[in-house]
Design a protein around this ligand. Structure first.
Ligand code: FES
Ligand code: FE2
Length: 430
């Protein structure tokens, strides 16, 4: 067992586990401009989220098509806490299957990635094809006239649970719901941010998984929060990759589930203004210099001047471009007060060596110890500790206004967070 997973360590990390009675679980009257702190630690809420959000009417990111490049390739991952397999069958089709044997519930695949001819459960050797159909059950006819499965046992009724699967530009999503609209419709205007970035075949460069000791929603809010980016992150402001004074914008889909922000470095309209407003920001520090400024040498590879684009889809996916560092982030809840964040760094198949080197160097901006993103997990964990009693208090989310669309396209706004809580409350019936 990982030392972090021991019950003693978990108890310390969780902090006080005091939860309000259900009568006290009233959402504040102000609605989506508030988020009560109990929603970040309550175990009943957490269980409901698994059902109503992750296994509900959402599309959840599973991985990149490039991670299952050939027939027989599979990847194991999660949707919420449900173990899920992404497979590529002999005919090239992609499949999303619950990674749980139809016999007695054993996990069918344990490795992160693999290539197989069939999916074999080790417990009693039930075999499935890569589409999840049961093809063989050991000793199904018994032996010497004894044992075996009932005569009317129908293999077709005992396959792995199949999920809907859909792709956009090499990203693979799956849904437990037959009712959710098709993926691209669900993404709405935010799909444009995906198409802009993923315009040709991808190549995986590496992985990084970090455990964040905070509720998954504390992290989910973070990349939707354009207000913090230039304030919390010293590197952005000081070295000019992203500042409020630069040309920037925010795009949401019509339902407000998804969002992306972009910033164009080098477009300061009035440097004086920025200095004045930023002079008391911890994130702007004229004293700091880089010994090797190589990490700041980025190339406008998309030809539109955008230096940073952060895209978030509800409930658990982020796609980022920070200069030429490209990555996906998959948010996996691991209990009410912790979550894993899986970073997958990628480039394009036709990148030359120099471009790959540049992406890898700039990968130091992101990830668990990234010069920009290290502060995000730290803040989520500090929030969790401060909110841990779950008894009282609520977030105040009125930057940019009190309506779902107030704040417009300005990055100085919590519009995308208000929209998150609006959709969350609809799904959770809270
Ligand atoms: S649990 Fe999988 S074969 Fe028995
Ligand atoms: Fe951040």
């Amino acid at each position: 067992m990982c030392p972090l997973d021991s019950p003693q360590t978990q108890a310390v990390l969780r902090g006080p586990q005091v939860h309000p009675q259900s009568t006290a679980r009233q959402w504040p009257a102000e609605g989506f401009t508030r988020a009560p702190y109990w929603v970040y630690s309550d175990p009943d809420i957490y269980a409901q989220e698994q059902l109503k959000i992750f296994r509900g009417k959402t599309w959840n990111y599973l991985g990149l098509e490039a991670e299952v490049p050939h027939a027989g390739a599979y990847k194991t991952t999660y949707i919420g806490e449900t173990s899920v397999l992404l497979t590529r069958a002999e005919d090239g089709s992609l499949h999303a299957l619950v990674n749980r044997c139809a016999h007695r519930g054993n996990m069918v695949c344990r490795e992160a990635f693999g290539t197989v001819k069939k999916l074999n459960c080790v417990y009693h050797a039930w075999n499935y094809n890569l589409k999840g159909d049961l093809t063989h059950a050991a000793f199904s006819k018994g032996l010497r006239g004894e044992g075996g499965l009932p005569k009317d046992f129908d293999m077709a009724e005992h396959g792995l649970q199949k999920l809907r699967v859909a792709t956009i530009c090499g990203l693979v999503f799956a849904s437990f719901s037959d009712e959710t609209e098709p993926l691209e419709e669900w993404l709405g205007d935010v799909a444009a941010g995906i198409r802009r970035l993923l315009h040709k075949p991808l190549k995986v460069l590496g992985y990084d998984t970090q455990r964040i000791h905070a509720n998954w929603k504390a992290y989910h809010e973070n990349p939707r929060d354009s207000y913090h980016a230039n304030i919390l992150h010293t590197f952005y402001g000081t070295f000019g990759l992203s500042r409020q004074s630069q040309e920037s914008g925010m795009v949401l889909d019509s339902a407000g589930r998804h969002v992306y922000f972009y910033t164009k470095a080098g477009t300061e309209k009035n440097g004086g203004d920025y200095k004045e407003t930023a002079s008391d920001l911890r994130s702007h520090n004229d004293e700091l210099k880089l010994e090797d400024p190589g990490i700041l040498k980025w190339r406008d590879e998309f030809g539109d001047g955008v230096s940073v684009q952060i895209l978030t889809t509800y409930p658990s996916f982020v796609l980022h471009q920070i200069a030429n560092s490209l990555a996906t982030r998959q948010l996996l809840p691991k209990g009410p007060t912790q979550a894993d964040l899986v970073w997958t760094y990628f480039g394009f198949e036709d990148d030359d060596e120099e471009t790959t080197r540049m992406r890898l160097l700039q990968a130091n901006l992101a990830g668990s110890a990234g010069m920009i993103s290290v502060e995000d997990a730290a803040v989520c964990e500090m929030m969790q500790r401060a909110m841990a009693d779950g008894q009282s208090g609520e977030s105040f989310i009125e930057m940019g206004g009190r309506e779902l669309d107030s704040g417009g396209a300005s990055k100085l706004s919590e519009r995308a967070i208000r929209n998150f809580w609006h959709n969350y409350r609809l799904d959770m019936e809270l």
